[in-house]
Write a protein that binds this ligand. Structure first.
Ligand code: ATP
Length: 377
């Protein structure tokens, strides 16, 4: 196994589309790194360029410290798993898994040994003589994985490998793939547009966004899932990671009776901060009366509201998932944003009922409205 590194990678397609710009990223040896972002952010292009299926217009790619930028796909020692599995329908499972090795003229007994070993790892032994057409989606997905494993590649590249599975199977395969990765210790670069998949599978997650200028970078933040969730570096990451998404408000820090508070712009609603909360957010005292963006995750609302102040509205709609309940409400006036709060289902209010929602300011995020960057200390 080996590390996979991208240095100042850029890709402009011949029709002029800028897909990648200034991407610097290293997938460490044995790491499972997930690329996530909205459609068109360049995830597949980055993965395909690692595979040698796209030619870069800028930058270099190295695998295990060796520059592979100018090598073809066959010379890179990687294995790719696609969304559609790309299995051969006329070959059985054994033949599908053995195919790549046969092409490389690996001796037959070695092939048999490798395929049988991979089939055991993936619980595919009873299916070796079946054709893909008679397998379930999850089994086909495992055959595609098996075909990658038998090659003993330096790294795995996976492009939305679970997206054709139904929701339940996807959750199951998600855990299996992660376990498999942990047991094989294979360096893996994994593409998904599903942020829950990204957060649950990735040792680290790289969030990408589409670029229009070469001066920008697609890469917004690359961090462990928890860090990404708790400390998003900018509005893009904050809004993309988390489901339901973070709620955003325009808010102004104010001083009230010697304490700090935040006024929700266009309203007289105030969210007070304790001295301790203000002390770890020194930027607030430096931004008195300046409009900032306040970010509140659905679970950072307090209901019933134990504190003075808070947001007042009325319940627009509720949703009960069993373990959780969600309350949807609007802020009247200048900011007509729809807000989603997660609350304890025992306190689920009636639709149309008046509502006062507290905010746990320990978990509040603040962003600069001009740069979109998170404000820190
Ligand atoms: P999705 O989640 O929709 O698959 P993605 O994040 O994988 O999106 P890419 O497929 O890498 O995004 O595409 C990045 C950008 O490059 C998009 O604007 C896309 O339209 C463009 N693009 C991709 N392939 C080509 C191509 N062969 N020629 C021209 N433009 C392309």
């Amino acid at each position: 196994m080996a590390s996979l590194s991208f240095s100042s990678v850029g890709k402009r397609f011949s029709d002029g589309t800028l897909a990648l710009s200034r991407v610097d990223l290293e997938v460490k040896d044995g790491e499972f790194l997930v690329l996530v972002g909205p459609s068109g952010c360049g995830k597949s292009t980055l993965l395909r360029s690692a595979a040698g299926l796209e030619t870069l217009t800028q930058g270099r790619i190295a695998i295990g410290g060796k520059d592979v930028t100018d090598l073809g796909p066959g010379d890179r020692d990687i294995a790719m798993v696609f969304q559609n599995y790309a299995l051969y329908p006329h070959m059985d499972v054994f033949e599908n898994m053995a195919f790549g090795l046969g092409q490389r003229k690996v001796p037959k007994d070695i092939i048999r040994q490798k395929v049988e070993q991979a089939a055991r790892t993936l619980d595919l032994t009873p299916y070796l003589r079946k054709r893909p057409g008679s397998l379930s989606g999850g089994q086909r997905q495992r055959v595609a994985m098996g075909r990658a494993i038998v090659r003993d590649p330096q790294c795995f590249l996976m492009d939305e490998p679970l997206s054709n599975l139904d929701a339940k199977l996807r959750v199951q395969m998600r855990a299996e793939l992660k376990l498999l990765n942990a047991s094989l210790g294979v360096t893996t670069l994994y593409v998904t547009h599903d942020q829950v998949e990204a957060m649950t599978m990735g040792d680290r997650v790289a969030v990408l966004k589409p670029v229009t200028e070469e001066s920008e970078s697609n890469l917004q933040q690359c961090a462990a899932p928890r860090e990404l969730y708790e400390n998003p570096v900018n509005l893009f990451v904050a809004g993309f990671i988390g489901s339901p998404a973070m709620n955003f408000f325009k808010a102004r820090p104010v001083r009230q009776d010697g304490a700090l508070g935040c006024v929700i712009a266009g309203t007289d609603m105030v969210l007070p901060l304790t001295a301790a909360q203000a002390a770890v957010r020194r930027y607030l005292a430096k931004s008195i009366d300046r409009e900032l963006i306040l970010g509140v995750r659905p679970e950072a609302f307090l209901y019933p509201n134990p504190s003075p102040g808070g947001l007042s509205s009325e319940v627009l709609m509720t949703e009960m998932t069993g373990a959780d309940a969600y309350v949807f409400f609007d802020l009247k006036g200048e900011q007509s944003n729809r807000i989603t709060a997660r609350i304890d289902p025992r306190f689920l209010p009636e639709r149309g009922a008046p509502l006062t929602m507290g905010v746990d300011m320990d978990r509040a995020h603040f962003f600069d409205p001009e740069t979109g960057l998170a404000l820190r200390s």
